[in-house]
Design a protein around this ligand. Structure first.
Ligand SMILES: [Zn+2]
Length: 173
């Protein structure tokens, strides 16, 4: 069996991260391979969520595994996902593979219900709270061209952007 490709995760300010992804319309073997590659790329980058735009593929597709390989049942593939219900709020620290070393508290819904398609194109619903709710909201944001720093206050966001500029200057980004 051919080894799956590990895709490079692009960093802010790559323009692909700010662009809404196109809907996935073809559910074929290529898509299944891409999903496998996304899980492997996510694990290689030590993440629990990865959206296709983060590997320069501007499509509405994301993978999540809050257990980080421990529980296969927690592997979630969301294709063309939509948040159809949300409740409550949670404020926790968040990070992103496209924003290495940046961690800030972000307000999210405490619980969400998401409607999405699987790799075969079948629609299903998934509910999650706490970390899973946060991960789904974060990843679906990526599909709309939104990063978690866009959810911070203007002041906090400016501070983060200044930090990134400094790291870029020092060759650390
Ligand atoms: Zn992210």
């Amino acid at each position: 069996m051919a080894k799956n490709k590990i895709h490079e995760v692009v960093k802010y300010p790559d323009p692909v991260l700010a662009k809404p992804g196109a809907p996935v319309t073809v559910f074929d073997a290529k898509l299944k391979t891409l999903v496998d590659e996304m899980f492997e790329s996510m694990y290689a980058a030590q993440g629990i969520g990865l959206a296709a735009p983060q590997i320069s593929i501007s499509q509405r597709l994301t993978v999540i595994d809050c257990s980080f390989k421990k529980n296969p049942e927690e592997k979630i593939v969301l294709i063309n996902p939509e948040i159809i219900d949300r409740e409550g709020k949670q404020v926790e620290e968040e990070g992103c593979l496209s924003l290495p070393d940046i961690r800030e508290k972000v307000q999210r819904a405490a619980w969400v219900k998401v409607k999405a398609q699987n790799v075969d194109g079948e629609w299903f619903e998934v509910e999650g709270e706490e970390l899973l709710a946060r991960a789904m909201q974060h990843e679906i944001d990526h599909l709309d061209g939104i990063l978690f720093i866009d959810r911070l206050s203007r002041l906090k966001r400016d501070l983060v952007l200044r930090k990134i500029k400094k790291m870029q200057k020092n060759g650390e980004w």
